[in-house]
Design a protein around this ligand. Structure first.
Ligand SMILES: Nc1ncnc2c1ncn2[C@@H]1O[C@H](COP(=O)(O)OP(=O)(O)OP(=O)(O)O)[C@@H](O)[C@H]1O
Ligand SMILES: [Mg+2]
Length: 262
């Protein structure tokens, strides 16, 4: 899909990344990544452990500026972290001494107090956490903590949200619920989402396009359009086909033996 420059919010060209290790050896982690993301698009990145997914996300976040190639957001080369890119990690990094509401307000630097309160309240409603606004992180379940984490990343209304396995530590039920909430937020706010996940089904459920990375050094093996209207149904034939296509990049299909009876 060729995008016009004006449509692109993230534009990555010829990104190469290597780390210099303690023993002075070099480890190439990303190899010639080229990816343009459209405003309001939902991109999922899948790939094996250690292939460079988090490195790619951290680079887009501006947390690591030592790379070759170009990474631009909204037409500007990145030069560090920015409020225009919210970040959500697997574990909710909330301040334990602050309430949920205070944690969310903390993300609003330089905003008048009353406005902070109003915006935090609004975003906590959006993630269905209003009843726990006055709770402390230790009083929350894993799902609630992750909701608070997402609220904190979204409260300043960043045009881009970067998520690194945000639901990886949650049980299946909470995960499915939060996936729907994330889609609802995206629809309401128009946020561009780039999410790393190990879960192929999650990627097909959420994404407009799924980026499949090879093993390290991470290279784009394929970008798969998920042209399925929403709400998506996980058991639909076409949904399962998309899942299978991605699955096949990682695992060889085992033929079921003829005499295998269930
Ligand atoms: N700061 C660093 N210094 C040296 N090597 C690093 C550094 N950060 C990551 N690496 C290496 O880069 C490779 C990619 O790491 P990365 O965290 O991006 O993988 P990943 O795809 O997110 O894996 P996982 O699915 O397990 O989270 C790994 O081999 C890791 O050891
Ligand atoms: Mg990772």
């Amino acid at each position: 899909m060729a995008l016009q420059d004006s449509e692109k919010i993230i534009d990555i060209t010829h990104l190469h990344k290597k780390f210099t290790l303690e023993n002075s050896n070099e480890l190439t982690v990303l190899n010639d990544i080229n990816l343009s993301v459209k405003k309001g698009e939902f991109i999922c990145i899948v790939g094996g452990s250690g292939c460079g997914k988090s490195t790619l996300l951290r680079t887009i976040a501006g947390l690591d500026l030592e790379f070759e190639g170009n990474v631009a957001v909204s037409g500007k080369d990145i030069n560090g972290p920015s409020k225009t890119r919210g970040l959500v990690f697997q574990e909710a990094r909330l301040f334990p001494w602050m309430t949920v509401q205070q944690n969310v307000e903390f993300a609003l630097d330089g905003v008048p107090k009353a406005e902070k309160k109003r915006r935090a309240k609004e975003i906590l409603e959006l993630v269905h956490l209003s009843d726990f606004a006055k709770s402390y992180p230790k009083e929350l379940s894993g799902g609630m903590a992750q909701r608070a984490n997402i609220a904190r990343a979204l409260v300043d209304n960043p045009p881009v949200l970067l998520l690194d396995e945000p639901f990886g530590a949650l049980d299946a039920f909470t995960k499915i619920q939060l996936q729907d909430e994330l889609l609802a937020i995206q629809e309401q706010e128009g946020t561009t989402m780039v999410m790393v996940t190990h879960d192929i089904e999650e990627a097909v459920y959420l994404a407009d396009r799924v980026v499949v990375l090879s093993n390290r050094p991470g290279q784009i093996k394929d970008i798969i359009d998920i042209d399925i209207s929403r709400p998506r149904h996980r058991n639909d034939q076409y949904f399962v086909l998309k899942k299978k296509k991605i699955f096949n990049y990682f695992f060889e299909e085992k033929e079921i033996e003829e005499d295998y009876v269930i």
